[in-house]
Design a protein around this ligand. Structure first.
Ligand code: CUK
Ligand code: CUA
Length: 668
């Protein structure tokens, strides 16, 4: 039994809930429902549902706040990383309905991603690591493109921690358009954000390695030969691509760069990257070395790198900064960065995680995983310390260290295991507490409701062990506020048991009121690390491709596009090119005959112009499934190395004549 204190409280709660809903009551249907008058809402039917389901007034309120009537849309969209599933999950908010899975680094047969089509083959080839195609990734940080620090709804960037790569997703069709591999590092992490006009995507390393990582150096020479880095990848918006040969990299010590906070507003032009393992420990238990989790947590302080990327950019343009080229990457050595005054360190406690600038860019909140505080650095104070050269010496690589006490604005005691901070539209900050399993809400330099500055105002329990949290627009110059999602690492008892691997749990929280209110639990797949929430109307996705024969990867008309009436089979020795069209409910041609050993190319154009008329091309026994959206051309090829009879069919249920949408490949 849940706690219900009788009907009176229930009715009061319902009335409250409905009052809260007043703002939502905008659609004609709901207005007329409200016009019926309150009494109709307390119908015996409604009450009996509430009773039978043992709902508390809070439950009813949460249900109403998250309910999106059938046929209606959500107000917000959330892009959540899929972690080691290598994808991005798109949810509607407040319903938390899953709208899409965007495969980026991993295969997805529904969308014909990585099961035979040439576009994924090209993407995966771009993303080779140490020469090998990787068919998975570990997505940590989705970053939406911004203009003047605000989401513009055009692109989404994600990092692959496992292989030091970045994926670019075009939000016109929600498809991966590029994968770039940083040739210098094996792993990345702080590829968290873009600069305030998406001039650059900023990628920091994770685990130290020689530069490049494909050169061998023994771990015993970790301090001497291993390094970290940060790479600035310019983004060409019109091409939708990161441009490697215009990128630049600042070499960093082999501490483990963790997360980056981008300067914005007053701090535009700077980036702040925290690190851990300034001990520069490396593992070898066979030599009696302690495990890394102990060895890398010895020091009270690690360092936050403070980097003036805007100055590096202008020095590069003027040819006034020395670089070396490694694997085609322009690298500014540490000594040169120090000489030019573009690289500083600040001590930060302890085993830091999260490095999050507030909306106007004045403050940087850093959490120490092993420190109960959020430490807030002042950009203004950092600048002053740099101007007056008020250092407390240098680190082992000669990087000046700014004094902690001169750069810190405040420390707010929040609880155990603080990780990530985001901000709302009112002036509150929210920090996830991994060990406390809670969200801490605190004030910055002003308390929006008259609270003291730099004070914890509320803690809400979440379930369980929250990693990142995200506030709608919470990393932009102007957060939307309203909703917060806790991305929890453990779910334990929060969902029906589904075997030993439990789902991860997302929790939607309403942050509009004086108190935070937990609205819903959303068990999900993969491990969403971070997520970004954008207003749905900021996105303008295509409903069909703009012209027939469009190649989604190149963004251009495909040279293999086939118009109706131009379908053909072209033989050239052992090569057989099939120019095919698909339209409800048939393929042309629908019969292809080849000799064993022939190299078969299928170029398939969906000539349907109706929305949602996607066709599939599932070729039996050849491990091929294409998905061709209306207007698109998709290519595949295979060696017909086995004789026999291989039907293909449309794997999308597109019409009543669905299973008749098929053809035969015969191989003699
Ligand atoms: S990290 Cu996962 S909880 Cu890679 Cu952003 Cu902090
Ligand atoms: Cu086309 Cu089924």
């Amino acid at each position: 039994m849940k706690n219900i204190n009788g009907k009176i409280k229930l009715a009061a709660g319902l009335a409250l809930a409905l009052a809260a809903l007043g703002v939502l009551a905008l659609t004609p249907l709901r207005r007329s429902f409200a016009q019926i008058g309150g009494s109709a809402l307390f119908s015996p039917g409604l009450e009996s549902i509430i009773k039978a389901r043992e709902l508390t007034p809070g439950d009813v309120e949460a249900a109403l706040k998250t309910f999106v009537p059938p046929g209606s849309y959500d107000d917000y969209m959330m892009f959540a990383s899929g972690g080691q599933a290598g994808n991005v999950l798109v949810f509607g908010i407040p319903s938390m309905r899953l709208l899409k899975n965007i495969p980026v680094f991993s295969q997805d047969s529904w969308q014909g991603f990585g099961v035979g089509d040439h576009n994924t083959r090209d993407l995966f080839n771009q993303g080779k690591a140490a020469g090998q195609v990787q068919t998975w990734g570990d997505v940590h940080h989705p970053a939406l493109s911004v203009t003047k620090g605000l989401y513009d709804g055009e692109f989404l960037f994600v990092n692959d921690k496992a292989n030091g790569r970045i994926g670019v997703v075009d939000l016109r069709d929600f498809k991966a358009r590029q994968i770039v591999k940083n040739p210098l590092i094996a792993t990345n992490h702080c590829g968290a954000k873009v600069t305030q006009d998406t001039e650059y995507y900023v990628e920091g390393a994770q685990f130290g390695n020689p530069l490049p990582y494909t050169d061998f150096a023994p771990l015993s020479r970790y301090k001497e030969d291993y390094r970290g880095l940060v790479t600035f990848w310019p983004f060409d918006r019109s091409a939708g691509k990161l441009v490697q040969d215009k990128s630049f990299t600042v070499e960093l010590p082999p501490y483990w760069q963790d997360l980056g906070g981008m300067g914005k507003g007053v701090s535009h032009g700077w980036v702040f990257i925290n690190t851990y393992n300034t001990e520069m420990a490396w593992p070898d238990s066979s030599q009696g070395k302690p495990p890394i989790e102990i060895a890398a947590s010895q020091r009270e302080m690690d360092y936050m790198h403070v980097i003036h990327w805007k100055k590096v950019e202008s020095l590069l343009k003027a040819g006034k900064i020395k670089t070396k080229t490694i694997k085609g990457m322009r690298v500014v050595p540490i000594a040169e960065a120090v000489r030019q005054g573009v690289l500083y360190n600040i001590g930060e406690p302890k085993s830091p995680h999260g490095c999050d600038l507030n909306p106007d860019g004045r403050f940087i909140a850093v959490s120490g995983k092993l420190d109960p505080h959020a430490t807030i650095f002042s950009f203004h104070k950092i600048m002053k310390a740099i101007e007056t050269k008020n250092y407390e010496g240098t680190d082992p690589y000669g990087i000046p260290i700014l004094k902690f006490k001169d750069t810190v604005e405040a420390q707010v005691e929040l609880g155990l295991g603080p990780l990530h901070t985001e901000y709302d539209d009112k002036g509150y900050a929210y920090t996830s507490l991994f060990l406390d399993s809670a969200i801490a809400k605190w004030t910055l330099d002003k308390g929006p409701r008259g609270e003291k500055p730099w004070t914890l105002v509320e803690k809400l329990s979440v379930h369980y062990n929250v990693g990142h949290l995200t506030v709608a627009g919470g990393d932009t110059a102007k957060p939307y506020g309203k909703y917060l999602v806790a991305l929890n690492k453990w779910s334990l008892d929060r969902a029906l048991p589904v075997g030993p691997l439990h789902p991860q749990n997302l929790q939607l929280i309403d942050i509009t009121g004086e108190k935070m209110q937990l609205l819903s639990d959303v068990p999900t797949v993969g491990e969403p690390h971070y997520a970004a929430i954008i207003k749905a109307d900021a996105l303008k996705p295509w409903k069909i491709y703009p012209e027939i024969g469009f190649n989604p990867l190149t963004g251009k008309k495909s040279p293999t596009a086939t118009l109706p009436g131009k379908e053909r089979v072209v033989r050239d020795g052992k090569n057989v090119h099939v120019y095919m069209t698909a339209i409800r409910s048939h393929f042309i041609p629908d019969r292809v005959h080849v000799k064993q050993g022939d190299h078969v190319y299928v170029h398939l154009t969906n000539i349907d112009r109706a929305q949602d008329a996607t066709h599939g091309f599932a070729l039996s026994s050849y491990n091929i499934n294409l998905s061709i959206d209306p207007g698109a051309t998709v290519d595949t090829d295979f060696i017909a190395d086995r004789s026999g009879v291989f039907p293909w069919y449309c794997s999308e249920f597109c019409s009543a004549l669905h299973m008749e949408m098929m053809g035969y490949l015969t191989v003699k």
